[in-house]
Design a protein around this ligand. Structure first.
Ligand SMILES: C[S@@+](CC[C@H](N)C(=O)[O-])C[C@H]1O[C@@H](n2cnc3c(N)ncnc32)[C@H](O)[C@@H]1O
Length: 384
């Protein structure tokens, strides 16, 4: 059994921990933007292939105390890299600084690379090369004030690169964030999933992948561990055949956007994910969208405002609130937005408020219970 770390986005730690437990991982513990777990090599492959809410899966190699850059270099040199790679391997180093002491991650990565390369040169006269785009081995450094943690990145390219999206429309969501928003909403594919203002369709596609019971990495063609010395293709093949989610053949997934270019991009992405038949995609404004279902989970990610004046934005969010109240009684609605001020204009009582990040932008994720009949949601335009 080895210990591993799956990294994620702020606010998704608990849903990632739940996913890991359902894959059979041991000792699952949530940390800040990461979840540690234990398992064998099969579990490492499984985590990469099956998780929906992880960005990377790291295999910790060594942690050692450091006081300065020279300690980092020396510590790196003592690791038996020849067990991990050959002198003709291509490597890349990524450094995450979690202290104020070290200022330049690029400089630390350079020191780490020097430590590895010098160890090989001393032993064999040859040295591995650096290839930041397409390395055989990715090394992940997590550097605090006093400690250097060295891991191997088993994922390669970040796991949000699912392989179905080659195009985004305006401000497409990170796929891992979209999957996390869906899991946080508590949606199960037995209920309709409704995604107004779908843009390039990320939320609808991630919901469709879950409804088909597919792994998060189903459309990816490569993972970092496949170029490791200890790669076992047969083991990975057996992991590819596993399924941990139930397939809902009749799941209802509906998406709309008023912009034709968004619909076109969403269609292309849906097609690449094999979901064109599964997702009902309509070019219409949310305000005039008529759905036959009377209940379900709505998740929407309206424009934040970089391209809109404040008054228009407030008007848009007010009309979202009015439309939810008028046309979607009986649904659970969630709005994800990077503009907390505009969120106030929705004017509906929130039943849950979460904070997440979209890249560097602090975002709010609010839930609204749109009660049917006598339990009407009371307009409350001044609420936060
Ligand atoms: C922030 S983008 C959504 C991005 C999306 N989550 C993705 O991953 O690509 C907002 C979208 O809302 C659409 N939109 C704005 N107002 C709308 C309205 N009233 N009805 C329908 N769509 C609208 C825009 O065309 C845009 O595609």
């Amino acid at each position: 059994m080895k210990d591993f770390i799956a990294t994620s986005l702020y606010g998704l730690e608990e849903v990632l921990a739940d996913e890991l437990i359902s894959l059979g991982a041991g000792s699952v513990r949530a940390h800040n933007r990461a979840v540690s777990f234990s398992g064998d090599k099969k579990m490492l492959y499984r985590a990469n292939y099956h998780l929906h809410t992880a960005l990377r899966v790291l295999k910790p190699l060594r942690a050692f105390p450091v006081k300065n850059e020279q300690d980092i270099y020396q510590g790196i040199r003592t690791i038996e890299w020849e067990r991990i790679m050959d002198q003709d391997s291509r490597l890349a180093v990524e450094t995450v600084l979690v202290s104020g002491r070290y200022k330049h991650s690029g400089f630390i990565s350079q020191k780490v690379k020097d430590g590895i390369v010098d160890r090989f040169r001393d032993r064999t006269g040859k040295r591995p090369s650096v290839d930041l785009k397409d390395p055989d081995v990715r090394i992940h450094i997590h550097l605090g004030d006093t400690h250097c943690n060295v891991s191997l990145d088993s994922s390669g390219e970040s796991l949000h690169k699912r392989g179905y999206r080659t195009q985004g429309y305006i401000a497409p969501l990170n796929e891992v964030l979209a999957a996390g928003l869906i899991k946080l909403s508590g949606w199960e594919p037995g209920l309709p999933f409704v995604n107004p203002m779908c843009g390039s369709g990320t939320l609808a596609i991630e919901a469709g992948i879950m409804a088909r019971g597919l792994p998060g990495g189903y459309f990816r063609t490569r993972f970092g561990f496949q170029t490791w010395k200890d790669y076992e293709p047969d083991l990975f093949e057996s992991v590819r055949k596993e399924r941990f989610l139930k397939e809902y053949k009749d799941a209802q997934i509906k998406a709309c956007d008023l912009a034709f270019p968004a619909i076109r991009v969403a269609q292309q992405n849906l097609a690449r994910a094999g979901l064109l038949e599964k997702v009902d995609l309509v070019k219409t404004s949310f305000e005039s969208w008529n759905l036959s279902s009377r209940q379900g989970v709505i998740i929407m990610n309206p424009p934040y405002g970089e391209r809109m004046v404040e008054a228009d934005l407030q008007e848009l969010y007010k009309s979202i609130g009015d439309t939810l109240k008028k046309n979607f009684a009986g649904y659970q609605a969630w709005i994800f937005s990077g503009n907390p001020g505009a969120m106030k204009s929705v004017g509906l009582r929130t039943s849950r408020k979460l904070t997440l990040y979209n890249g560097p932008i602090k975002c709010k994720y609010h839930q609204y219970n749109l009660y049917d009949g006598s339990m009407k949601n009371i307009p409350h335009h001044d609420m936060v």
